[in-house]
Design a protein around this ligand. Structure first.
Ligand SMILES: Nc1ncnc2c1ncn2[C@@H]1O[C@H](COP(=O)(O)OP(=O)(O)O)[C@@H](O)[C@H]1O
Ligand SMILES: [Mg+2]
Length: 251
């Protein structure tokens, strides 16, 4: 039997503002299989970020469950969840969220400081991650010395450096010009096809969504599955670099 990678089951998320109750997610279900590249669209304020935060274990649902394989992450302790997140989730933000006083190298190294890896091992992983995003020659640059597109690619290197189970991207091209956005999308597509990364990406841009292999829309608290996007074909980059090079697992 093959369990989906992530199973979101009857998720309800309510927020309270004073006496007012706002139901953002209303009994939502979603299965994410290994190797999928899902685009999540929906109007502003519809709950897309809320849903990503629940899948990533950053936030907890009002009711319902998020299973990873058979583990119910909604019932993990805070520390268990933080540990789980550091091993399984790579998060990419619209505004990159790099630390300005750290170099590209140091930003990418940060998630590895939570692992048992020693300095030499960390260096190997950081160099491979920056190489994959095409910024091996920018390691000692600070974020202010990089373009927006380069900053986002450093942020992607930081997200993949621990070889996470799931990459989550919240409007990753929202702040980028068309050319940089295209580069980021090509990179995400390559991470999916060549490195077999499972990706969930929120976007407003139909062109970005067209890169994904599945499209779901969030409307009125539930998900609507769009027709499979025909015309999308993989570019045949299936036998690429050995992904174990970016594995930070200590086993
Ligand atoms: N921490 C919070 N407290 C109260 N309301 C919130 C909180 N986070 C989000 N919301 C509300 O929930 C709704 C969905 O927000 P969000 O998930 O950020 O939407 P999206 O990412 O689709 O734009 C919005 O109406 C927002 O104002
Ligand atoms: Mg959002």
């Amino acid at each position: 039997m093959n369990n989906p990678l992530i199973r979101v089951e009857k998720i309800v998320k309510k927020y309270h503002r004073g006496a007012e109750e706002l139901t953002v997610l209303n009994g939502l279900n979603l299965n994410i299989e290994d190797g999928e590249f899902i685009a999540l669209m929906g109007p502003s304020g519809s709950g897309k970020t809320t849903l990503l935060n629940l899948i990533a274990g950053i936030d907890r649902p009002t009711s319902g469950h998020v299973f990873v394989r058979t583990d119910d992450i909604s019932s993990m302790s805070e520390s268990g969840l933080a540990e789980w997140r550091s091993r399984h989730i790579g998060f990419i933000f619209q505004t990159y969220n790099l630390i300005p006083v750290l170099t590209a190298y140091e930003n990418v190294e940060l998630p590895l400081l939570l692992t048992p890896l020693g300095g030499a091992e960390r260096r190997k992983h950081v160099e491979i991650a920056l190489y994959i995003v095409g910024l091996a020659d920018r390691m000692s640059h600070y974020p202010s010395q990089l373009s927006g597109g380069q900053e986002q690619r450093v942020a992607i290197a930081r997200a993949i450096v621990t070889d996470p189970t799931l990459l989550i991207a919240d409007e990753p091209t929202g702040d980028l010009d068309a050319k940089s956005a295209e580069e980021v999308l090509v990179l995400l597509e390559r991470l999916n096809i060549e490195f077999k990364k499972t990706i969930v990406m929120v976007t407003h841009d139909p062109k970005a969504a067209a890169r994904a292999r599945r499209l779901v829309r969030l409307e009125k608290g539930i998900l609507i599955e769009e027709n499979h996007m025909d015309g999308h074909s993989s570019s045949g980059l299936t036998d690429g670099i050995n992904v174990s090079g970016i594995s930070a697992k200590s086993e």
